[in-house]
Write a protein that binds this ligand. Structure first.
Ligand SMILES: [Zn+2]
Length: 285
């Protein structure tokens, strides 16, 4: 569904009436004439992370764009019943959009949006919905603003498609967690204690709330959790292949939830605030 981007040739004729003389001359000469303080339109693909209400009629959309990184943009009139955006700004929609910067303002402005692929229907399954919301929340909190990251963009799309097509939650989430940690440069040492350097061995590693690394039995604090060496080895091997290839194998191996919990601890320790969806997932997924 494409909303009118206001750049059609029909609009051009009527625009002439309002343009100052020099801008009109530039148009006739084929030069760019931006109207007012608007910067040129940019086209990019994006995944909608979340939207917020802005006043009576507008929305702010947090978007992870392929060509410009994560950014926030105003969608004017998005809350109006017959607004130009329709359902295009549903969280996790994969869209193509046209956007422009506004001088001296942090927020960009959306001009038009069209859906490439929707991930809305799959969210009728509550566990899938929670998993999808977790992806959006982590993306919104963890991805640096205006930093292009093609690998993370492809990762998000692959995980969304896996959730949609398999309705399985654990393997897609673990794959997402592992690669977000690894691509973010937070992957800890799986083999040795981060405090004393001793080999962790069969027993695996201990970690506590807010941990970013693994400790041996002697260095750990009481009340922590353990992730076994077998689970860590499974993750390393499984996440080396494409996600759809892994999902084609019969069923999730043991240790997925245990490993997921550890990687989600690392993710949360980097997001500063507690992740709402993570708490919800702990009971359901
Ligand atoms: Zn130690």
């Amino acid at each position: 569904m494409a909303a009118d981007n206001g750049q059609g040739t029909n609009d051009k004729a009527s625009l002439f009436l309002f343009l100052p003389t020099r801008a009109y001359a530039n148009l006739l000469l084929g030069r760019r004439a931006d109207v007012g303080h608007r910067m040129p339109l940019r086209e990019t693909e994006a995944i909608v992370l979340r939207t917020y209400r802005l006043g009576e009629a507008d929305k702010i959309a947090s978007l992870f764009t392929r060509q410009l990184g994560r950014l926030r943009a105003v969608a004017q009139g998005a809350l109006r019943p017959k607004g130009r955006y329709g359902g295009t700004l549903e969280p996790l929609s994969y869209v193509r959009l046209w956007i422009f910067e506004r001088e001296n303002r942090d927020l960009l402005q959306l001009n038009s949006v069209e859906i490439i692929e929707s991930f809305f229907g799959m969210q009728a399954d509550y566990r899938v919905q929670l998993a999808a919301q977790f992806l959006a929340e982590v993306g919104d909190r963890l991805l640096p603003e205006r930093e292009v990251n093609e690998r993370v963009f492809r990762l998000l799309l692959a995980v969304l498609r896996a959730l949609k097509n398999s309705a399985e939650v654990n393997r897609p989430l673990l794959y997402f967690d592992y690669w977000m940690v690894r691509l973010g440069g937070f992957l800890p040492d799986f083999e040795n204690c981060a405090s004393c350097g001793r080999a962790l061995g069969e027993e695996g590693g201990h970690y506590a709330r807010g941990s970013e690394s693994l400790l041996c039995r002697n260095c750990t604090h009481p009340g922590g959790k353990v992730v076994s060496a077998a689970s860590l080895a499974m993750v390393k091997a499984a996440c080396r292949q494409p996600l759809d290839k892994w999902l084609a194998q019969e069923k999730a191996p043991p240790g997925c939830r245990e490993a997921r919990h550890f990687f989600e601890e690392i993710i949360e320790s980097h997001t500063e605030k507690k992740l709402v969806t993570r708490q919800m997932m702990e009971e359901e997924v």
